[in-house]
Design a protein around this ligand. Structure first.
Ligand SMILES: NC(=O)c1ccc[n+]([C@@H]2O[C@H](COP(=O)([O-])OP(=O)(O)OC[C@H]3O[C@@H](n4cnc5c(N)ncnc54)[C@H](O)[C@@H]3O)[C@@H](O)[C@H]2O)c1
Length: 277
């Protein structure tokens, strides 16, 4: 155990922490870290079994929750309150990856080489927007933006009367630096930043803080569909020369949820290892 971890143990004692998408990757790591530091964990995920297994191992609870359905998200908040009496931290984390397209990625890399040769005229159209279906667009926005809105609203309904709470929205570096290869994901993540800032203004006087975290590229199952070439190309744009770890994001989320961050609201915290893509 590092000195930091030792000092932080107990940091979240008694807090009730709700995590959407907590069955895997970042959300699962948040659950483990907050539990280790004394919190009661409530997970909502479409992966019902994995969520149950993890939450039970941490002494917490879980419920099947599809964040694209507002009723499910309301039920998740209600579940937390009926189990533990309150909600202190609500982490809107559930997410899906844009489906990587190897051919298109190779075209983008080839186009970049042509750009370096000042030969923009010879680049090949990527056709990302023109090929995108209504369903692809809708589903990406539903999971990320609508899911986050439903979570923010459900959390605020409990936090406002108690005059305390911390809502943490997991955006992405692509919300700050949109990529042509994933306009739906980039747009959803950018909108989450606007929602965070907007809601923080309404809730700050009521004792509720709302912040967002923008992870860079983090080694979780979300990146599994990427091939090695894609990962190498991405890592070449990361200052520290590697993907991030789930711990590196969890520590930031833990800080934001703690008393140490009492003056932080409406803030956007990037954790990208110096990504410059
Ligand atoms: N891994 C990265 O590089 C990275 C970078 C930036 C942002 N993020 C964001 O971090 C968050 C977590 O991603 P991760 O890397 O841990 O991915 P992950 O695939 O490991 O975990 C995502 C979790 O969300 C759940 N989920 C998916 N759709 C859902 C829905 N409709 N309702 C409820 N749960 C649902 C999944 O079942 C899974 O448990 C996402 O919002 C993602 O966009 C990840």
């Amino acid at each position: 155990m590092t000195a930091n971890e030792k000092n932080a143990n107990g940091e979240h004692t008694g807090q009730v922490v709700v995590i959407t998408g907590g069955a895997s990757g970042l959300g699962a790591r948040f659950a483990e870290l907050f539990a280790k530091r004394g919190a009661h964990i409530v997970i909502g995920d479409i992966a019902e079994e994995a969520a149950h297994k993890l939450s039970a191992s941490l002494g917490g609870t879980s419920i099947k929750c599809d964040v694209t359905k507002s009723n499910d998200v309301d039920a998740l908040a209600q579940h937390a309150v009926s189990h533990f009496g309150k909600i202190d931290v609500f982490i809107n984390n559930a997410g899906i990856a844009p489906i990587p397209n190897e051919e298109r990625f190779a075209t983008a890399v080839a186009n970049q080489m042509l750009r370096l040769e000042s030969n923009v005229a010879a680049t090949t159209p990527l056709n990302v927007i023109t090929d995108m279906t209504d369903d692809e667009w809708d589903h990406m926005l539903k999971v990320h933006l609508y899911g986050t809105f439903y979570g923010c609203r459900a959390a605020a309904r409990y936090m406002t009367p108690q005059r305390s709470g911390s809502i943490i929205n997991i955006s992405s570096v692509l919300g700050l630096r949109p990529t042509a290869l994933a306009p739906h994901y980039s747009t959803a993540k950018a909108a989450i930043i606007a929602l965070t800032k907007s809601q923080s203004q309404e809730l700050a006087p009521l004792g509720v803080r709302v912040n967002a975290v923008c992870p860079g590229y983090i080694d979780t199952p979300l990146l599994a569909p990427m091939n090695e070439l894609m990962k190498v190309a991405i890592v070449s744009q990361i200052g520290v020369g590697r993907l991030g770890t789930d711990d590196e994001i969890a520590e930031m989320v833990s800080f934001i949820a703690s008393r140490k961050a009492s003056y932080c609201t409406g803030e956007i915290f990037s954790v990208t290892g110096g990504y410059s893509g």
